[in-house]
Design a protein around this ligand. Structure first.
Ligand SMILES: O=c1ccn([C@@H]2O[C@H](COP(=O)(O)O)[C@@H](O)[C@H]2O)c(=O)[nH]1
Length: 284
């Protein structure tokens, strides 16, 4: 089964929410854990126990594992295994992007058939040119995995690059923003796929007017929307932000849900509350 089909089924079963595993030092302290590999493992595996297979997807943020070195990366691998064992879907938020020949190595790592670092999907950065992602897009498709391509990121600085309009001479299809070029390239990857393509975009829930100012109508893929909670966006903002593109939005919340730990029950309650709020907001 393709990633798009699996994600579509998971959203149907659990509602449209991705919960991030972002073990910030401050959150570890709030949970009464040390900022070391043992604390990282307890935090991570508690979130996996609480939410894997109970929300549509879980998105471990690779940076918080990498900051603990190879032992931290091993915890990420165990988390991915745990999510898989519970029948859940994972998105590894790695945001990799490099020249094509190096992208092949990232592809082996993050969407390779039996790589321990491969989740069901991975986030990538297209800012070395969308074509540089080709080796990873192809391997992901061959292995039934998904890819989320950054388009309109949730941070306030993103617009400097993503709203820029490249000179007409450098693009064949006339003047469009960098983000629209990325969205259109992703739409081409998903053409004809059903029920949902396996290549998505990342569009922050904080990007006011994203769905009005950019045409997402041909995307035919999921829109991962971080920014709910700690970054200030609310479920009620989704309608205004995404407008006609609401149907394929998968909101992500990390710190807000994680802050409800350290108990499994607290995490589940926070995730349930968020699912309810975003489901209501996304309902047509
Ligand atoms: O545009 C983007 C792309 C990725 N992220 C990531 O999502 C989570 C958000 O965490 P919160 O605690 O809910 O703010 C984090 O891992 C980011 O790296 C994003 O925020 N914006």
């Amino acid at each position: 089964m393709t990633f798009g089909s699996r994600l579509s089924a998971a959203i149907g079963e659990h509602g449209p929410l991705c919960v991030g595993i972002d073990p910030h030092p401050g959150l570890l302290a709030k949970w009464g854990l040390d900022d070391d590999v043992a604390g990282l493992e307890t935090f991570t595996m508690t979130v996996v126990e609480a939410l894997a297979g109970r929300v549509a997807a879980i998105k471990p943020q690779a940076a918080f594992f990498e900051r603990h070195g190879s032992k931290g990366v091993a915890v990420l691998e165990r988390a991915l295994e745990g999510i898989r064992e519970e029948g859940g879907l994972s998105v590894v938020d790695a945001k990799r992007g490099d020249i094509g020949s190096t992208m092949s190595a990232y592809a082996d790592a993050f969407v390779g058939e039996s790589s321990p670092l491969a989740g069901d999907a991975v986030t990538v950065s297209p800012f070395l040119g969308f074509g540089s992602l080709r080796p990873l897009l192809d391997l992901a498709a061959a292995n039934g995995r998904g890819v989320f391509v950054l388009a309109l990121t949730s941070n306030p600085e993103g617009g400097e690059v993503q709203h820029a309009v490249p000179s007409v001479s450098s693009v064949s299809s006339g003047p469009k923003t960098v983000a629209q070029n990325i969205i259109d390239a992703v739409a081409a990857e998903n053409a004809g796929a059903g029920p949902l393509g396996s290549v998505g975009v990342v569009v922050g829930a904080t990007v006011t007017g994203a769905g009005r100012e950019h045409d997402l109508s041909a995307l035919n893929g999921p829109i991962l929307a971080p920014g709910i909670g700690a970054q200030g966006a609310t479920a009620d903002d989704l309608r205004e932000v995404f407008g006609p593109a609401l149907r394929h939005v998968l909101p992500n919340s990390s710190r807000e849900v994680l802050g409800a730990g350290p108990t499994v029950a607290g995490l589940r309650e926070a995730a349930d509350r968020t699912v309810e709020a975003v489901s209501l907001a996304l309902r047509a």
